[in-house]
Design a protein around this ligand. Structure first.
Ligand SMILES: [Zn+2]
Length: 372
């Protein structure tokens, strides 16, 4: 009998390559984004005194995750600061992603990363995912609604994709580190709710995780621009579980993104466990088990090995038409990862710093290239 007290999802994800050699197969799939797998980001005054606090009011690992880093590969390939692929071609910011659109609608603050003076604001772009039916072309305003802040010493940051009407600072205003400047939205070139942050020093894009560009290829990390607290939260992970839960019926990526998943009841025709993971690498597998109150496995499934890096991937496992004697029927994984990374900031990183608003200003920005 199904009970509402039923079940915990046990998640095991095998994370391949990275720094760790593949584990022997004796143990079932190596635990993936376990905290111990995280690599610390070293905070330091690499910026000559300029340090960045968290750009968003969320808790990494619980209410948000880093989806994309900067692309440090100068060519058509991709490489994040740890020489892995959690980025996309020519991405020039950090994308911190919240769990779903329901969370976005409840309101998540975007925060100033450091003290400074607001130099540019845009707050006029509709909130709609760029790949949603009927979404208008993003055009040159890839950043969507955003705020640019001059922190002095040549340091400028810009936060993008804020919610229409949420920007709460004005050009010329002085802000403090951690001050809310708006809400996470769906404006500009974005396929999921997140904040994109670009950092410039003297007009040149800087990776806050690897500000010393001459050492960026070392793959081991380096003194970052983050404050100790932000560095702790933003420790590098080889993949992460963004969403996991139970549903009354099979779900899809759209429902998970929307946060629109109905939980099961004792009368539901299905008990479905689902998991959405991000930044999986080729060879990774998701191993999901649904356990009953007594710890017994009532359904489980192991995904096929990823044939390539996956920006996101979701998998279900379930029990249909449950009852005594009815066989458990695992529902196999759904690879709904498009053959491209979620555009994230799209080419938003190439959106230059917002200027003090001047209507009718001609843009020389390049059009967004299609997602790879
Ligand atoms: Zn981005």
């Amino acid at each position: 009998m199904r009970s509402s007290a039923l079940a915990a999802i046990t998640l095991l994800a095998a994370c391949s390559p990275d720094a760790d050699p593949p584990k022997a197969q004796a143990a079932p799939a190596a635990a993936a984004p376990a905290p111990s797998a995280a690599s610390p980001v070293t905070p330091a005054a690499a910026g000559g005194g300029f340090q960045m606090a968290m750009p968003i009011a969320c808790e990494v690992g619980r209410t948000c995750e880093v989806q994309n880093y900067l692309d440090l590969d100068p060519g058509p390939g991709v490489k994040d600061y740890r020489c892995a692929g959690a980025t996309y071609d020519k991405h020039t910011g950090v994308d911190i992603r919240i769990l779903d659109i329901a969370a976005q609608r409840r309101g998540v603050d975007v925060l100033a990363v450091a003290p400074g003076k607001v130099t540019g604001v845009r707050d006029e772009i509709q909130d709609i995912l760029m790949n949603a039916p009927g979404a208008p072309p993003v055009g040159a305003k890839m950043c969507g609604n955003g705020v640019a802040i001059d922190h002095g010493g040549g340091w400028v940051t810009q936060s993008c994709h804020m919610a229409l009407g949420s920007v709460r600072v004005r050009p010329g205003e002085t802000v403090q580190a951690g001050q809310p400047i708006g809400h996470v939205g769906l404006s500009g070139a974005t396929e999921f709710p997140h904040v994109h942050v670009t950092v410039w020093k003297d007009g040149k894009v800087v990776d806050p995780f690897a500000p010393d560009a001459t050492a960026a290829a070392a793959c081991q990390g380096q003194a970052s621009l983050w404050t100790p607290d932000a560095a702790r939260q933003l420790a590098y992970k080889p993949g992460a579980i963004l969403n996991a839960g139970f549903a009354a019926q099979p779900v899809d990526m759209t429902a998970i993104e929307a946060g629109d998943v109905s939980p099961p009841t004792a009368a539901s025709p299905y008990l479905i466990g689902y998991v959405r993971a991000i930044n999986l690498r080729g060879g990774d597998q998701l191993d999901i088990a649904v356990r009953g109150p007594g710890g017994e496995v009532v359904a489980n499934v192991t995904s096929p090995a990823m044939d390539r890096n996956k920006a996101q991937y979701f998998q279900m496992v379930g029990e249909a038409a449950a009852g005594p004697g009815v066989a458990v029927r695992p529902l196999h994984g759904h690879d709904q990862d498009p053959a491209r990374r979620p555009a994230g900031g799209g080419a938003d990183g190439r959106d230059p710093p917002l200027r003090v608003r001047s209507r009718g200003r001609r843009s020389s920005r390049r059009p967004r290239s299609p997602p790879a």
